[in-house]
Design a protein around this ligand. Structure first.
Ligand code: FAD
Length: 396
């Protein structure tokens, strides 16, 4: 048995784990991250990459809106190399995105939204190609919130600390309690068992946090999963990033556009379509997406388009009625003495999550040792692939 001791061991290499690891290593913590599958392969690469500033939610839920305020600026500073993480190597998919209020009952919300200040009408000559058709009515407002190419963000974050990233499958990983009530990680490796002890084990495993909390014997917090059935449409109708606003002020459809290596484009469709489609088969969900696009944008010719779907679960701390949490969440768990559970609840909130984890460590006196303990003999985790490349590959 090889035993190693770190200040912090992070479990899970999505945006939460990678951003947190980076912050802690820069602060002088002796930290490693263990990923069970592939970096970004949970919700992170399946997300739409919108760096919300809360305005969308201001039409609905106030708490989320407050937490998100400032996130676009914080990410923009990072993308310009002037923030807490140097993301200059990452790609911005769009500087801003749109809120489209189609003609009909949702149109009355446009005036309300426009009054919020951070929205500007999109001039006719600047409309995204799919909404530039003369038959496209309603109101189109620009929301100054960027959309990031999440794969490039994950690649940049992973590239900072290659020697601190470890791969071991969920079957190889076990949590055990020591005599003092602390948890440590035991990994069944080819060379024999490895034991990784730490001042803190930080669970950033998304949907994997539930099983990890159970294995650690934690009484609180409890997880929740909110499923989505996203649709992917490969076509050549042009790029569009935005929300099509529904009657209740929530997105009837959220559209982001992702290029494939052959020059075609994938529209990734979320919003109410993805929530309502959870109980549908992929075929029924594709039929619903076709009907929704035909109703909203009948001028688009999608005869040649190819459709696919992907199911993803949003993993979060449990809230009454499965409500959406208002902010990034991290806490010391009840039960084992050294385990932190962490869910950003939004990609955009990863910086707030990392900050919160660092504050929690300070509260229990887990301080940066300034050491760099040796890397255990484990391989590096692979980088995952976004669902649209999984679905459509590189073929023309
Ligand atoms: P994940 O990305 O799920 O990462 C968890 C990682 O832990 C995975 O790599 C997994 O393999 C690993 N793991 C699991 N079990 C174990 C284990 N036992 N040991 C070690 N590793 C383990 N947010 C936004 O701000 N903007 C958006 O536009 C947006 N769009 C979204 C669209 C969809 C369809 C979904 C599902 C979410 C979206 N979100 C968005 C939310 C955002 O994606 C998530 O909040 C965020 O990615 C969560 O990151 P995470 O690192 O906590 O989890």
């Amino acid at each position: 048995m090889i035993s190693l001791h770190y200040d912090v061991v992070v479990l899970g290499g999505g945006i939460a784990g990678l951003w947190t690891l980076d912050r802690l290593l820069r602060r002088g913590y002796d930290a490693v991250l263990v990923e069970a599958r592939a970096l970004g392969g949970g919700q992170t690469l399946a997300s739409q990459g919108i760096i919300h500033g809360g305005l969308k939610y201001a039409l609905g839920l106030g708490g989320t809106a407050r937490a998100l305020r400032g996130m676009p600026e914080r990410w923009r500073r990072c993308l310009a190399g002037q923030g807490e993480v140097d993301l200059r190597g990452a790609r911005l998919a769009a500087e801003s995105h749109c809120l489209w209020f189609p003609p009909g009952p949702a149109a009355r919300l446009a005036a309300l939204a426009a009054g919020r200040g951070r929205l500007a009408p999109v001039a006719d000559g600047e409309r995204p190609a799919p909404l530039a058709h003369p038959d496209c009515g309603g109101t189109l407002l620009r929301l100054a919130e960027p959309v990031v190419d999440v794969e490039s963000v994950v690649r940049v974050l992973a590239g900072f600390w290659p020697d601190r990233l470890l791969h071991a499958s969920a079957e190889q990983l076990h949590l055990e309690r020591d005599g003092s009530g602390a948890c440590r990680l035991v990994i069944a490796a080819a060379e024999g068992a490895l034991r990784l002890a730490a001042g803190a084990l930080v669970l950033c495993a998304g949907a994997g946090n539930g099983p990890l909390l159970a294995a650690a014997g934690a009484r609180w917090p409890k997880p929740q999963l909110r499923p989505l059935h996203q649709v992917m449409v490969r076509h050549r109708a042009g790029s569009f990033h935005g929300h099509v606003v529904g009657i209740d002020g929530n997105p009837r459809l959220t559209v982001t556009s992702h290029p494939l290596p052959d020059g075609s484009l994938v529209w990734y469709l979320g919003g109410a379509l993805a929530e309502a489609g959870v109980g549908r088969t992929p075929e029924a969900q594709i039929a619903a997406a076709r009907a929704e696009l035909a109703a909203l944008m009948p001028w688009l010719s999608l005869g040649e388009a190819r459709f696919a779907t992907v199911r993803v679960e949003r993993a979060e701390p449990r809230r009454p009625g499965l409500a959406r949490p208002a902010d990034a969440f991290a806490c010391w768990v009840q039960g084992p003495s050294n385990v932190i559970a962490a869910w950003p609840t939004k990609l955009a909130l990863a910086p707030r999550l990392a900050e919160r984890v660092e504050a929690l460590l300070g509260e229990r006196n887990v301080r940066p040792s300034g050491r760099r303990s040796p890397r255990p003999p484990l391989p590096a985790p692979p980088l995952s692939t976004p669902p649209w490349r999984e679905a459509f590959g590189h073929a023309a």
